[in-house]
Design a protein around this ligand. Sequence first.
Ligand code: ADP
Ligand code: MG
Length: 421
Amino acid sequence: NVLKKTDLHASLKKHFGFSEFKGLQEGVVTSLLEGNNTFAIMPTGGGKSLCYQLPALMKEGTAIVVSPLIALMKNQVDAIRGISDQFGIAHVLNSSLTKTEVRQVKQDIRDGITKLLYVAPESLTKEEYIEFLQSVELSFVAVDEAHCISEWGHDFRPEYRNLRNIVNRLNENIAIIALTATATPKVQEDIIKNLGITDATTFKASFNRPNLFYEVRPKTANVDSDIIRFVKKNTGKSGIIYCLSRKRVEELAQVLQVNGVSAVPYHAGFDAKTRSKYQDMFLMEDVDVVVATIAFGMGIDKPDVRFVIHHDIPKSIESYYQETGRAGRDDGEGHCLAFYAYKDIEKLEKFMSNKPVAEQEIGNALLQEVVAYAETSMSRRKFMLHYFGEEFDDVNGDGADMDDNTRNPKEKQEARENVIK
Ligand code: ADP
Ligand code: MG
């Protein structure tokens, strides 16, 4: 069956109300509809869900969607139910369901109502589920957040390693689509190898964020004053300040408050009520600044975050990219400022010292890249994109002058000083 472009757009409009595909979506959707193994690498917010949701809605049978977090699955299922008048169009299958609920899910799948079945990888190891899924018509398997398969990713889940075996038991010829926002070539290789999709058609979007300005400053004893000065210059703008420890989060939030900056702290040590209160204060703009550990940010969608400051350098370029990526979602300005001292790298190394050797080796390799980024005199954007396997033209590329090193090259500064003399 040859798929017509107009049919595809009609389905997009019918199911999601969108008139156009975003970025690489059309190619990905087409590849999957044609039954190819497919690999989609797109930044957060790039619209990966639709890449498997639309084909699932268009195809016969049920698509299995593997996703690591119950909260993520629930959101997606609710969203899909919201665009359909069939409650059973999407289901979650996991250990929290009652026997009656499981029976209903199975019935809806058998009746051909369920187009998307979200499962956690550990649920897929249950013999009862495997046997059931062997007996029904499946359209394809989507592995969302596929970087969880790799120890080089930021969220390794051993259960993801077993997916290929399980898929083989369901139907070894079924198409697989893997999706991730992790752009590093190492992680990508792991995904392809572990899922056994060496033949996959790969779609990789650019990870360049032209509107973000990248800057690294040396971290001194005056770092708090430096931050206060920066934030005060940006009064009325929203910003996130990341710290490594909960203690530092609370201290810095207090220092800012004492200095007349409206700020709230955020970390996983606060109870859920307090966390959501502070988060809402930031989202509703009752305060300008949230001082947070990395617990803050996942799934938070505030489009006009104008700066992201790292009081402590993160443990990988990948984390830095994700955390700074929360700035300038609206394509407006976004200043990404990291304070760097080698001492902090040693601190991070020490944190890892009680971990298994293999994990330490990976952690240290990732840290060395962070050191290289912080200490480089080349375009930070070029450095970061190169790390993601992307060549960036630092003269004519989009956002080419948006970093400290490009704006103020070291040689040029010296040359200017010579002229003044
Ligand atoms: P990702 O998983 O890549 O981080 P999502 O799938 O959560 O991204 O999508 C991000 C946002 O983009 C969602 O709000 C979604 O509704 C929106 N979106 C996806 N596809 C389109 C499209 N074709 N046109 C407009 N908005 C889209
Ligand atoms: Mg997603």
